[in-house]
Design a protein around this ligand. Structure first.
Ligand SMILES: [Zn+2]
Ligand SMILES: [Zn+2]
Length: 401
């Protein structure tokens, strides 16, 4: 038991830390403090684990009417059930790995490393007992990523059959949800099997790579925003490809319903099927030239183009725009035509013509920017771009062929 003297030593050490003026510490000293605190908390964690295992062995939780150590811990210490279960699990696996537990208690290996090792221990307990010293040595010196690779390889070699069963079990766990949330966003969450996950990652990376190779301007988007846009690009290109299958005789597509007078008046709203209402500005952008099926209505709800996939810009004209512009024409951009929309400089809802002279190729982020305050006008057959405040943006013209 923590006797009174031990408890008061621990507490007074913590009080001393608390009293320290952090502003007076050098960066180096602050870093060294963080290292020391990590070591101390690993040691405390190991001691908690030892006590938890003993508590469980005695089934002491039953005295308070609980059914498990985790339930007792969650109730008594106000923890979430998953945190309590995680602590008990770690304590149990440390008890099965004596050398690892010693090293953890001395602060030599991290909690993350212990977790990786415990997965291996559970997968092949006997082989693990043999390999514990070698794996522990790896945990001491390797980065977390390297350790995981080494342990994965070890685990598969130690018990190939079990490794395959594990893999099959994980495969069954795959799922994906995409559903509209109340705030107008679409929530995506899921877990993918290794192969599908690797496919997704390489597709997203390919999109991001192509974008950064073709664009010469700094990208204001965060990496996570870029991945979200990349996913949209992958799906859009799939929906736009000619080989994709038809469902009930129609090519699956995004459907938007909008009112033509609202479109012209920059007012009202449009509805994206499966998601909900979008603003007039977004509706104008979607109606400009996007691969969506449009249902244009007039007034109440008299459909003009019922469910038919209507291309505002016919394919040959679009190709002509692509040949002329070679990519997004926003100054400094140049993303390839496949990733771009043909924007109506004067919107067709305002009487603009769908002709070469009134179209300019814009990538999706820039097309969105133009419909959100940036401006573009045709001057002597060349697009001239302006900022939302009306000042011109310098343009060196399209990139050399
Ligand atoms: Zn547009
Ligand atoms: Zn662009």
């Amino acid at each position: 038991m923590f006797d009174a003297a031990l408890v008061s030593t621990l507490r007074s050490a913590i009080d001393e830390l608390r009293a320290e003026d952090l502003g007076a510490l050098s960066d180096e000293a602050l870093g060294a403090d963080l290292d020391e605190l990590e070591r101390a908390s690993r040691a405390l964690d190991a001691e908690r684990g030892r006590r938890l295992v003993e508590f469980e062995r005695r089934r002491a939780f039953a005295a308070d009417g609980h059914l498990s150590t985790a339930a007792w811990l969650a109730h008594r210490q106000g923890l979430s059930r998953s945190t309590a279960e995680g602590r008990v699990r770690r304590a149990r696996s440390l008890a099965e790995m004596p050398a690892v537990a010693r090293a953890f208690g001395q602060g030599e290996v991290s909690g993350s490393a212990v977790q990786v090792l415990s997965v291996a221990q559970e997968a092949a307990p006997e082989a693990f007992a043999h390999s514990e010293p070698a794996l522990l040595e790896a945990a001491r010196w390797m980065s977390f990523g390297e350790l995981r690779r080494v342990v994965d390889t070890w685990r598969i070699a130690a018990d190939p059959e079990r490794a395959m069963q594990d893999e099959d079990r994980r495969f069954e766990r795959r799922y994906l949800n995409a559903f509209p949330a109340v705030d107008g966003m679409v929530r995506v969450d899921g877990e993918l099997d290794a192969e599908t996950g690797a496919t997704l990652i390489s597709a997203l990376r390919a999109v991001v790579d192509v974008e950064s190779r073709t664009s010469t301007t700094a990208d204001a988007r965060t990496p996570t925003q870029r991945r979200a846009d990349a996913l949209g690009e992958v799906c859009r290109q799939w929906l736009g490809s000619l080989e994709r299958p038809t469902v009930a005789g129609e090519r699956p597509n995004v459907v938007v319903t909008m009112d033509v007078s609202a479109l012209a008046a920059h007012a009202g709203e449009a509805r994206l099927e499966d998601v909900g209402a979008v603003t007039a500005a977004t509706a104008r952008q979607l109606a400009c030239d996007a691969n969506v099926s449009r249902v244009i209505t007039r007034g109440a709800s008299e459909p003009l183009e019922l469910g038919r996939r209507t291309k505002v810009v016919p394919a040959p004209l679009r190709r002509a725009v692509a040949v002329r512009d070679r990519g997004c024409r926003f100054p400094g951009c140049g993303r390839p035509p496949g990733w771009s929309d043909a924007h109506h400089v004067r919107h067709w809802a305002d009487g603009g013509e769908t002709s070469l002279g009134n179209l300019v190729l814009l990538c999706r982020p820039h097309h969105r920017a133009i419909h959100r305050g940036f401006g573009v006008a045709m001057v002597d057959g060349r697009p001239r771009f302006t900022r939302p405040d009306g000042t011109p943006i310098a343009d060196r013209g399209p990139p050399a062929a």
